[in-house]
Design a protein around this ligand. Structure first.
Ligand SMILES: [Zn+2]
Length: 265
C-alpha cells in the first residue's frame, strides 16, 4: 500500500512524503526545509530516492541542495525554470511522464502563481490519482498571482479540475480555514461550505491537517472552481461595483476580481 503524508514545515507549509509499505524508498515534494525531512528519514530508516519541485519559491526549494548532497537523490523540476532552481537531475515540462516508485507520473504546466509552476499528477497501482499542486490550487482557494495572469490561473485551475471526482490534491500550505472563511463570504448560503468549515475547524483544533482534498470536495466548495455560480458572481459583482470597476465578462475576469477581493480581505 502507498501512503502520502505531510511533514509540517515553517508556519504552514507541508512537505509531502510519498512511500509504500515494505519498501525503504521514499520521495518528497517541495522540501523548503531539509530538517523535517532528515528527522523523518532518521526516525523511519527510509532512503530518500527523489525530490519533486513544483516552483522556485524559497519555502519550496530551501532544503533541496542539502538533501540532494546528503542523499544523492533525484531532483525533478521545471526545464523552463532551471535558472531559478537548484541543480536538477531531470528537467521536465508539460506532458512528460516518468515513474516514481511504482507510480506513473504526468507533468502538468500550471502557470499563474509563477510562470513555470508545475503540478505532478500521479496514478497509483489501484488507479487512484494524486496531484501535487504546490501553490496553484489550495483547499477552497488558489495561489496568489505573482507572475502569471488571471487567464493563466483560470486555465491552470481548469486543467487541475479535469480529473475524476475521487482525485486527491496535495497543496503545499495549510490555508484551508482562511480560505473557507473567505469562501463563506462569497457563497453565504452554501450548506456544503458551512459543513466543511465545521469539519476543518475540528481537524485543526486536533492539530490534524485538512489535506489532501478531493475533486468532489473542491467542486462543491472552492469558489475558483465555481465562477459560473449565480451566488458567486453576485458577490464578486458587489465587490467590483465597490471598486468602481466595469463588471467582469469572462471567467478569467471573475477570477481576477475574486482573487483581488481575497487579497484585500
Ligand atoms: Zn509559492
Amino acid at each position: 500500500m502507498y501512503s502520502v503524508h505531510p511533514l509540517p514545515a515553517f508556519k504552514d507549509n507541508y512537505i509531502w512524503v510519498i512511500q509504500q509499505d515494505q519498501d525503504p524508498r521514499c520521495w518528497v515534494v517541495d522540501p523548503g526545509d531539509a530538517a523535517p525531512v532528515r528527522a523523518y528519514l532518521d526516525a523511519t530508516q527510509r532512503q530518500l530516492e527523489g525530490i519533486l519541485i513544483t516552483h522556485h519559491h524559497p519555502d519550496h526549494i530551501g532544503g533541496v541542495a542539502a538533501l540532494s548532497a546528503a542523499y544523492s537523490c533525484a531532483v525533478i523540476g521545471s526545464a523552463a525554470d532551471q535558472a531559478r532552481l537548484p541543480p536538477l537531475t531531470q528537467a521536465v515540462q508539460q506532458g512528460d511522464r516518468f515513474q516514481l516508485l511504482d507510480w506513473q507520473v504526468e507533468v502538468l504546466a500550471v502557470p499563474g502563481h509563477t510562470d513555470h509552476h508545475l503540478a505532478f499528477s500521479c496514478t497509483d497501482q489501484q488507479g487512484q490519482q494524486h496531484i501535487f499542486c504546490g501553490d496553484t490550487l489550495f483547499a477552497a482557494g488558489c495561489g496568489r498571482l505573482f507572475e502569471g495572469t488571471a487567464q493563466q490561473m483560470y486555465q491552470s485551475l481548469q486543467a487541475l479540475a479535469a480529473f475524476p471526482d475521487a482525485t486527491l490534491y496535495y497543496p503545499a500550505h495549510e490555508y484551508t480555514l482562511a480560505n473557507l472563511n473567505f469562501a463563506c463570504k462569497v457563497e453565504p448560503s452554501s450548506f456544503a461550505l458551512q459543513q466543511r468549515l465545521a469539519q476543518c475547524m475540528a481537524l485543526r483544533a486536533a492539530q490534524r491537517p485538512t489535506l489532501p482534498t478531493s475533486r468532489e470536495q473542491e467542486a462543491a466548495t472552492n469558489p475558483y472552481w465555481r465562477l459560473n455560480q449565480p451566488e458567486v458572481q453576485a458577490s464578486i459583482s458587489q465587490f467590483v461595483a465597490q471598486q468602481g470597476e466595469p463588471q467582469p465578462e469572462t471567467p478569467a475576469a471573475w477570477l481576477h476580481f475574486l482573487r483581488l477581493w481575497k487579497n484585500a480581505s
